[in-house]
Ligand binder design. Structure first.
Ligand SMILES: O=C1C[C@@](O)(C(=O)O)C[C@@H](O)[C@@H]1O
Length: 509
């Protein structure tokens, strides 16, 4: 079973002991004592109480500056300290591959039986090819490591797959981690690919490398103790992705029905290369969001007819035969939320939809804009599309039978009373919460304002609309409803636990 290791980066022995206790209390299995973080560290004085004060098995690391750490002194002092840690009965010691031979001679190849030697190699710039990582592993094994550790950096999320490939074939215990936000997958999926340990931090101020999740997220959101070789991988591929509440929502719901799958935030740069790289049946379903919803159409082998008509996809399922099937759950999620918002539950019948005959202005002609424009038209609304790139507004308007508007004309656009406004851009979304698609003074032209952005729950647009006395419909409702459709597809037809979804959305958005 993959161990959950909490790095200790306190500046003092006292702080480290307190953090070690917190690590045990939050569910860590072991700690990594980063001696190089302690100010004015004196081995003989500090190490014994530190090791005694640790309630969990400990790994001692004394990382030098030349390997990305903080220790600036010479190797002999460092080696003496690591030897002392071994004599004091520490469970693991980490030594960098570059000096591993030298360290082995220093200890004359002797170490206490109980102590496992981790030989590590860090690349803070990129992730080498599979062949190069395999060679590195062989060199690490050759110096006599008990556990191999290779940490690289993801420039693209596809880089992580090379680490996974090496890990599944590795014959010795291996820690394989890929740093940076694009490498998060390597940390959460370590148990799936047989990693010896993965790092989880106590909080954001206590990281020892980039991209580390918290222990709490690993245990509580990703349910890491239940991840194994057969766990299916789901996730949201988007850029940015950090703001999304889909991981917490889907994971909690999957857990509630005991479904063996984990849902990850996947920071992507290119959807096609992501899908080609993670092509095994275990990578069985994805949500996709900005900026990939339109690209996704090309990436899928088959499409639900409505998704094809919309020209945007937010859900991709890998069928058992390997084919990718695209769906759009945004459309029904957004339209039903707007219908309920403007009065009375919607109906499949266009004639009785509260949208029928209304004028709706959709701002944005990307994936969400396409879904809302298409859905509103189907419900009998008259649709106007405004977009920063006017040509895109024109082409969407032509496709669905609507009218295009220049974004700058939105400010004065008031052909009639009682219009509906739908924001389908990311303006106002975390972290750019000051953004808004329309000047406040134009909001009074509308009866109802809907925002597809749900993070934050009350965007600047919705706040200003409320201040103008306009009825607002929050993106949270669309978020829940599109997720319900996704959940059913991810699980091969299991009905989404709506009440739980609502509880989670209320708690976390
Ligand atoms: O637009 C959205 C929201 C979402 O991207 C999220 O933020 O989690 C998830 C997508 O499935 C959906 O289409």
């Amino acid at each position: 079973m993959t161990l959950l290791c909490v790095p200790l980066v306190g500046r003092t022995v006292e702080e480290m002991i307190a953090d070690a206790a917190a690590a045990a209390a939050t569910g860590g299995d072991m700690v990594e004592i980063r001696l190089d973080f302690i100010q004015g560290f004196r081995p003989h004085e500090h190490l014994p109480p530190l090791l005694r004060g640790c309630p969990l098995p400990a790994l001692v690391t004394y990382r030098p500056v030349w390997e990305g750490g903080q220790y600036e002194g010479d190797d002999t002092t460092r080696f003496e300290t690591l030897r002392l840690a071994m004599e004091l009965g520490v469970d693991y010691v980490d030594i960098e591959l570059k000096v591993a031979d030298k360290f082995m001679s220093f200890i004359s190849g002797h170490k206490p039986e109980k102590c496992k030697l981790i030989v590590s190699s860090h690349n803070y710039e990129y992730t080498p090819s599979c062949e190069e990582i395999t060679n590195l592993v062989a060199r690490i094994q050759a110096v006599g490591a008990d556990i191999v550790k290779v940490a690289t950096t993801a420039k693209d999320i596809v880089d992580v797959s090379r680490m996974f490939q090496v890990m599944v074939h590795c014959q010795v215990p291996m820690i394989g981690l890929v740093m940076s936000e694009r490498g998060l997958m390597s940390r959460v999926l370590a148990p799936k690919f047989g990693g010896y340990l993965t790092f989880g931090i106590l909080n954001a101020t206590k990281t020892s490398a980039s991209g580390q999740p918290t222990v709490e997220d690993l245990l509580d959101i990703y349910n890491i103790k239940c991840i194994g070789p057969d766990t299916k991988v789901l996730g949201l591929i988007a850029n940015p992705v950090k703001q999304s509440k889909s991981p917490i929502l889907h994971n909690k719901c999957l857990q509630s029905i005991g479904y063996n799958a984990v849902y990850l935030p996947l920071l992507g740069d290119n959807l096609a290369s992501f899908l080609e790289t993670y092509s095994s049946p275990d990578f069985s379903g994805f949500s996709c969001s900005l900026p990939f919803k339109v690209d996704a159409v090309q990436c899928c082998d088959e499409h639900e007819p409505v998704a094809k008509s919309i020209g945007a996809i937010n859900t991709i399922i890998r069928r058992p035969d390997g084919k990718l099937v695209g769906y759009n759950t945004d459309y029904i999620g957004a339209i039903s939320a707007i219908e309920d918002g403007i009065g009375g539950p919607g109906s499949k019948d266009a004639a009785s939809s509260p949208l029928a005959g209304r004028l709706i202005v959709v701002v944005g002609a990307g994936g969400a804009g396409k879904a809302i424009a298409y859905g509103a038209k189907e419900k009998g609304a008259r649709v106007v599309i405004a977009n920063r790139t006017y040509e895109k507004a024109v082409s969407l308007a032509n496709a669905i039978g609507g009218q295009a508007l220049r974004l700058e004309d939105l400010e004065t656009f008031r052909p009639e009373e009682g219009m509906i406004l739908a924001n389908a851009t990311s303006l106002g979304m975390y972290p750019n919460v000051d953004g808004t698609p329309i000047p406040k003074k134009a909001l009074c032209f509308y009866d109802v304002v809907f925002d597809a952005v749900y993070a934050p729950k009350v965007t600047r647009l919705l706040r200003e609309a409320e201040e103008c006395g306009v009825k607002v419909v929050s993106g949270v409702e669309m978020f829940i409803r599109q997720a319900m459709g996704q959940f059913e597809r991810f699980t091969g037809g299991i009905e989404a636990p709506e009440c739980l979804m609502r509880e989670i959305a209320a708690k976390y958005t």
